[in-house]
Design a protein around this ligand. Structure first.
Ligand SMILES: Cc1cc2nc3c(=O)[nH]c(=O)nc-3n(C[C@H](O)[C@H](O)[C@H](O)COP(=O)(O)O)c2cc1C
Length: 210
C-alpha cells in the first residue's frame, strides 16, 4: 500500500500507442486496488537526457576508480545521478515498450545508459563481481510489436527486446518481472482489436497480484 509506481513510456506515439494504452489500463487496475499508490509518468521523449559522451565516460571511470574528477566531469555526472536517483526511488516500474528494429527505441536505450550507474544501482568489487542494488522491486513490461515473436517459433530468435529488458533489470537486482505483449499490431483492424483485448485481459490478471 502507498507504493510509488513509475510508468516509463518508451513510445513517442502518445494516445495512438498500443503499449501506452495497455499500460494505462494496467495502471488503472492498480489504482482501483490501491488508491493510495502514487503513479508517476516518465515520457522519455520529453526528458532532457544528457549525452553519454566522452566527458560522461571519463566521469564514470573517475567514479569507478575513485579518482579525482574535474568540475565538468562532476557536473555531467550529477545530471546522470539525479536521473538515476529518480529512477531508483520507485517501488514498482511499468514500461510501455514498442519494438524498434528487433530491440528498444533508441531513446530508451539512451535513458538506460544514463541511469545505470555504479554506486547508484549497481556496484562491482573484485571479491563479489557485479551486484545489483535495487532489491524488493517489481517491474511490468508491456511490449508492442508489428509482428509476433512467440516462444518456439523461428521468429523468437529475432526478438532482442525482451531478453535485453530482462537482462538489464536483473543486472540492477530487479528479478520480480511480469510481461505481456500487444502483438501483432500489423494485421487487419479486427485482428488488432482482438490482440488489444487479449492484452487488456492479461493486464487485468497480472494487476491482481502486482
Ligand atoms: C522505427 C521503428 C522500427 C520498428 N521495428 C519493428 C521490428 O523490428 N519488429 C516489429 O515487429 N515491429 C517493429 N516496429 C513496429 C512497432 O513495434 C509497432 O508499430 C508497435 O505496435 C508500436 O508500439 P506503440 O503503438 O506502443 O508505439 C517498428 C516501428 C518503428 C517506428
Amino acid at each position: 500500500m502507498g507504493s510509488t509506481i513509475l510508468h516509463i513510456q518508451a513510445s513517442p506515439s502518445g494516445t495512438r500507442s498500443r503499449s501506452i494504452d495497455t499500460a494505462q489500463h494496467f495502471l488503472q487496475r492498480l489504482r482501483e486496488r490501491d488508491p493510495t499508490a502514487e503513479i508517476r509518468t516518465l515520457d522519455i521523449w520529453a526528458l532532457d537526457l544528457p549525452p553519454f559522451d566522452a566527458a560522461m565516460i571519463d566521469a564514470k571511470f573517475a567514479v569507478l576508480r575513485a579518482q579525482a574528477a574535474t568540475d565538468e566531469q562532476r557536473r555531467h555526472w550529477q545530471r546522470a545521478v539525479r536521473l538515476a536517483q529518480e529512477f531508483d526511488a520507485a517501488d514498482k516500474y511499468v514500461f510501455s515498450l514498442p519494438m524498434w528494429n528487433f530491440g528498444l527505441p533508441y531513446r530508451l536505450k539512451h535513458y538506460i545508459d544514463v541511469v545505470t550507474l555504479p554506486g547508484e544501482n549497481w556496484r562491482w568489487s573484485a571479491q563479489e563481481g557485479y551486484t545489483g542494488l535495487l532489491h524488493g522491486k517489481r517491474a511490468a513490461l508491456v511490449y508492442s510489436s508489428a509482428s509476433d515473436y512467440p516462444v518456439g517459433l523461428p521468429a523468437h530468435a529475432r526478438d532482442f527486446q525482451k531478453p535485453y529488458m530482462r537482462t538489464w533489470l536483473e543486472f540492477l537486482g530487479i528479478v520480480d518481472v511480469v510481461e505481456l505483449a500487444v502483438a501483432p499490431t500489423l494485421a487487419p483492424p479486427e485482428a488488432v482489436a482482438a490482440n488489444l483485448a487479449r492484452a487488456r485481459a492479461r493486464a487485468d490478471e497480472l494487476a491482481r497480484d502486482f
